[in-house]
Design a protein around this ligand. Sequence first.
Ligand code: XMP
Length: 516
Amino acid sequence: MQLEQQKILILDFGSQYTQLIARRVREAKVYSEIHPFNISLKKLTALKPSGIILSGGPSSVYDQGAPIIAAETFDIGVPVLGICYGMQLTSHLLGGKVSPCSMREYGKAELTIDANDDLFKSFATGSTLKVWMSHGDRLEIVPPGFESIGHSGNSPLAAMRNKEHRIYGVQFHPEVVHTPQGRQILENFIFTICGCEPVWTMKSFIQQSIESIRATVGDKKVICGCSGGVDSTVAAVLIDKAIGRQLTSIFVDNGVLRKNEFETVSRLLRETFSINLVAVDAARRFLEKLSGISDPELKRKIIGNEFIAVFDEEASKLGTIDFLAQGTLYPDVIESVSFKGPSATIKSHHNVGGLPEKMHLTLLEPFRELFKDEVREIGKELGIPDDLIQRQPFPGPGLAIRLIGPVSEPDLKLLREADAIIIEEFKNAGLYHSVWQSFAVLLPIKTVGVMGDERTYEKVIVLRAVESVDGMTADWVKLPYDLLDRISSRIINEVKGVNRVTYDISSKPPSTIEWE
Ligand code: XMP
């Protein structure tokens, strides 16, 4: 589907910023794809890139086993921009000289522009830009045919080019926010040097995607598991636009959803979007299996297996189905190819793992090439209310893993009420969308309290609120005292059975976001 359109390929050498480069390119409305550095030259050429960006990476070109590409990559006639390690590698392969710095350069630096007619065309020669450096090696001699176009205090060769062959390199990171004019530099590469047009938008994506879904599915049937989350909801609405009644969406109440979630999401999909939805109230059978279970992994397994069983039963009522739609996102896809990048350490949660194999279904994944923000934008274009699109992530095993200890219906009810108060208060404070997750955890202990003249002996709710970009690392949020105060009083007053609220002030790592 993407082959005809202009695209920038990013070769990943393991930098923590590789995804950021891809996002910056897309923000400039040009499609970008990340590939592992060792993609074959044949495959790379077949993708017909308009330009190639070599990412940074933790290695030194002299390391044993350092990621190296074929020097012929520079001969295919496509502009190349090497960033940090990408620049050192360019130089190393084309006959320049790279050496270890006497002192590793990390953090802010000042770049002086020495030539301003292409990569730096927006800036005056001799002017300085704030840039972000993070490198142990540096360039000593540029390769033959290259010239220096920028320098900094610690890097006399901080930017280079071979204008004739359109090969560029920068020692700093233009993709990070600490290089304020980095966006402009990347755009100069994409537009001026590669000749791309800014035409990649979510509107154009929706159009292409609808056509491609129709072509792939033909007259076959598709099922989609809706969870109430952003990705599956947007996927269902988009696929419905493409194939209407050939799509059946299945939303299962597993008994561990948030307050009113099953009703609200079902109503929205059915009434506002006229989706062909099967809403299955299976809470009872999940809760019977979960009752008394304390082991978190067992809770996950029970919920996963039961979900597959319910889904399978419902699907078998629909006749022959060929496709299973899923809201898989780009980061899940690149995770599996990334070269030793930090993404390799992400914990993955396959709540419905095994479904496609069991049911002999082909996957339909319209968002395989998109980042979460882009899916949100599509949702917006499709008219899905902000309240749903901006939802915080919610784990598949739901409240079951936020209720520490044995699952019981009274405790679930209590946790659900406390959770609803937290969501409401975060929304009232205008913080719900700006934090990554904010929720309640119920502890399996009782503590003493006093209400009126009597002593109480009741449960403890923990408030957890974290900031994060992708859930891999997270910081606890420094919440205003008055919000903490309101949440605590409301939970203690309104949720029967709770006499204490505490705030979790641990970050990830070493803690995790969820308690189980
Ligand atoms: P942790 O607790 O590992 O969570 O820091 C990272 C992110 O993953 C979510 N999470 C899950 N999501 N099934 C899911 O679908 C699970 O079993 C699961 N466990 C954790 C968590 O909410 C956070 O966003």
